[in-house]
Design a protein around this ligand. Structure first.
Ligand code: SAH
Length: 215
């Protein structure tokens, strides 16, 4: 059985070997202990393995290398106001909080939002605000955003989210049919319109309309 320190080293090594090479992203991920976000789950002892794990409400905390690659693709700067759709465990939002000025995160399940808020408080991540809402409509009151990350798969990038992206902004979103393999898409809003590039195949839980039954 390896020590915690060894496990964390292996964790960072796995991230690098899968293409997460941005130093700021790696530092943010090193600061963010994934075990905090899977606590109590039956798979808590697998927190440092590069695999998705089940969390409450039938959802999943994403695979760390995918979190790293998406965060890297988002090119977050310390001035940015970021929106995350799909709070889940709060892991992705916590990583973003080390990279951005301000993070707003929304989930359709109230229970997940409450759980994530408790961890943000415990870890003193004061620049994150979590809301229970249908994130496909974004957060009109807080818009526009410099960066938007969607961590559930949509059939198309939701129009309201595109509309809430500032000129010069970047959005990363998995796109495709819910059960098939999806494509991670990066959208840049320039003065002359939206530019899309396709990054890699991914697999996410679907973006679902409306609030969860618990919220
Ligand atoms: N980013 C998370 C993992 C997200 S799993 C983490 O770091 O742990 C995808 C999440 O998207 C789920 O929690 C699900 O409830 C949420 N979701 C799905 N459709 C949504 C919608 N329309 N609005 C907000 N959240 C949504």
């Amino acid at each position: 059985m390896s020590s915690d320190a060894e496990r964390k080293m292996q964790f960072l090594y796995a991230l690098r070997s899968k293409g997460v090479t941005d130093a700021r992203v790696l530092t943010a991920m090193e600061k963010t202990d994934r075990a905090e976000f899977v606590q109590g789950g039956v798979f808590a002892d697998r927190a440092y393995e590069d695999m998705p794990l089940p969390i409450a409400c039938g959802q999943t905390i994403s695979q760390p290398s995918v979190v790293g690659l998406m965060t890297q693709a988002l090119e977050v700067t310390p001035r940015d106001k970021v929106l995350e759709v799909g709070t889940g465990s709060g892991y992705q939002a916590a990583i973003l909080s080390h990279l951005a000025r301000r993070v707003y995160t929304v989930d359709r399940h109230k229970r997940l939002v409450q759980g994530a808020r408790a961890i943000f408080d415990k870890l003193d991540l004061t620049n994150i605000t979590a809301f229970t809402a249908d994130g496909s409509f974004g957060l009109p009151d807080q818009a526009p955003f410099d960066r938007i990350i969607v961590t559930a798969a949509a059939e198309d990038p939701p129009g309201p989210l595109l509309a809430q992206l500032r000129v010069g902004g970047i959005m990363v979103v998995p796109v495709g049919q819910s059960d098939a393999v999806q494509s991670l898409i990066r959208v840049r809003r320039a003065e002359d319109g939206l530019h899309y590039d396709e990054l890699r195949p991914v697999r996410f839980v679907p973006l679902v309309e409306g609030l969860g039954r618990d919220g």
